[in-house]
Design a protein around this ligand. Structure first.
Ligand code: HEM
Length: 132
């Protein structure tokens, strides 16, 4: 078992994001949902996700955007979010250990839950109560 470091810089974030989405793309359950939406724009999506995680974990504010809207009408259920979280956790735990590695998993879990509840809310006829 090699000794693992914590997430420390942008290169670490890029490795995390690249490793995670290469697994996601191949996953039978959630891969097709991503590939259907993203098509040939993977490099733009990856760039955006580097900035998103750089902002959250390193507090270098390079992401400006709204994370939720692209998810609003995706054909996803709880099982898809569980699988997303499983791949994310597995990726982090293979690459890193430490405070920021834990923070990444916690932030992802909170966002996955929030996205899921918002999607369900809109699906059941909710109005734009959350603002986007
Ligand atoms: C099964 C679960 C999920 C699916 C299928 C999914 C799918 C997608 C898709 C299709 C996009 C748009 C990409 C594009 O148009 O280029 C996107 C963007 C994004 N996703 Fe997810 N996602 C999931 C879960 C999550 C979770 C849990 C997070 C939080 C850590 C997250 C964070 C983001 C962010 C930050 C963006 C970019 C938003 C922007 O600035 O436009 N996603 N996702």
């Amino acid at each position: 078992m090699p000794y693992l470091n914590d997430i420390q810089n942008l290169d670490d974030i890029k490795l995390l994001v690249d490793t995670f989405y290469s697994k996601v793309q191949k996953d039978p359950l959630i891969g097709p949902i991503f590939n259907e939406k993203i098509g040939n724009n993977w490099s733009a999506h990856l760039e955006r996700m580097y900035r998103f995680w750089q902002t959250i974990l390193l507090e270098e504010h390079t992401y400006s955007g709204s994370p939720f809207p692209p998810h609003k009408h995706l054909p996803v259920e709880k099982a898809h979010f569980n699988r997303w979280m499983e791949i994310f956790t597995e990726t982090i735990d293979k690459l890193y250990t430490g405070e920021l590695a834990e923070e990444a998993k916690l932030r992802a879990k909170n966002m996955a839950e929030m996205f899921f509840y918002k999607i369900e809310y809109f699906r059941t006829g909710g109005r734009d109560f959350f603002g986007n």
